[in-house]
Write a protein that binds this ligand. Sequence first.
Ligand code: ADP
Length: 340
Amino acid sequence: LAGCSEDEALKRRLIQVFRSSELDRWVGNLVSRGESWEKELHYAIPPKEDLKDTVTPRERFLQVHGSVFRAGMKDAAEEKSDGRVLLVLHDITELKRLEQIRKDFVANVSHELKTPITSLKGYVETLLDGALDDRPKAEEFLRIIASQTERINAIVTDLLSLSRLEQAGSTLEKEPLPGRSLLESALGVCRRKAEEKRITFDLVCPEELFVPANTLLIEQALVNLIDNAVKYSNAGSVVRLTAKNEGKTVTFQVEDSGCGIPEKDLPRLFERFFRVDRARSRELGGTGLGLAIVKHIALAHGGSVGVSSVEGKGAVFTLRIPSAGLSGSSPAGGSVPSEL
Ligand code: ADP
């Protein structure tokens, strides 16, 4: 943290070690007044250390406890005369980061819910103010109220899924599941939307491929990916679904030739409520939570999810689930392509 070794630090003054005038002032007060304190220090690691350790972020939050050093002194008069101080530093950077994520999340949830609630309030008030007597208008408003209620329901349902997933952790119930029927039933859920856009599916999965997973969750992850592929693809296009064994991993891929994702947005794509185009996502009934759910399902299985995309050309989402220890899983190859 200090940017120098213990030996070097011992030869220097406090300000030369930590280069924080704030800390220096606090310690000065401690020596002159003798009162213990506990403070939070926003601290920038000296550049020398930063060069050595590129993984460590430069900024740190330290919780510092300062008190007069009293070791081995029984006499109160002696305590004062010593002049040495004890500083205990806790690195709370990670805690601060988590606190910020929690704050952002609460702000995002409130914001996401506020929009449909404001709209509900507005339409209900208009109905009460007399629009109720105008039958066609009243029907139109009630239809909007129904769709906004559905939106709130979708957000809350997704939030509950996420919170359940976070709690599930290692207690997840898994069983060997045939990859092909998983993909087929996920397809079934998305078929109606796909048909409306004349989108067809190309499914490639070996009959003998099995994946150790939780049925409902893995199906939900696949549905979310396929639903997105349908939502963000052009009418009449083909969505390609593949599953294969790769060493000790089963890899599912959902590939579309739709609008794709700008490169700058790829790193944030799996964050809760992140959307490339907010208005478009809302219009398509999205909550901005679908990919965060996929990520958590992958993590709950000890797997991962990734994306590659060229804007304007399409996107490929890859879900990897470990298959180690699963008897009956077949090596790669032997795929049975089919048009659905
Ligand atoms: P949403 O409910 O908005 O679809 P998701 O979490 O499922 O939320 O996806 C987050 C964002 O990622 C979407 O709003 C969209 O901008 C982008 N996205 C997801 N899948 C695709 C895809 N197949 N093609 C292009 N963009 C996608």
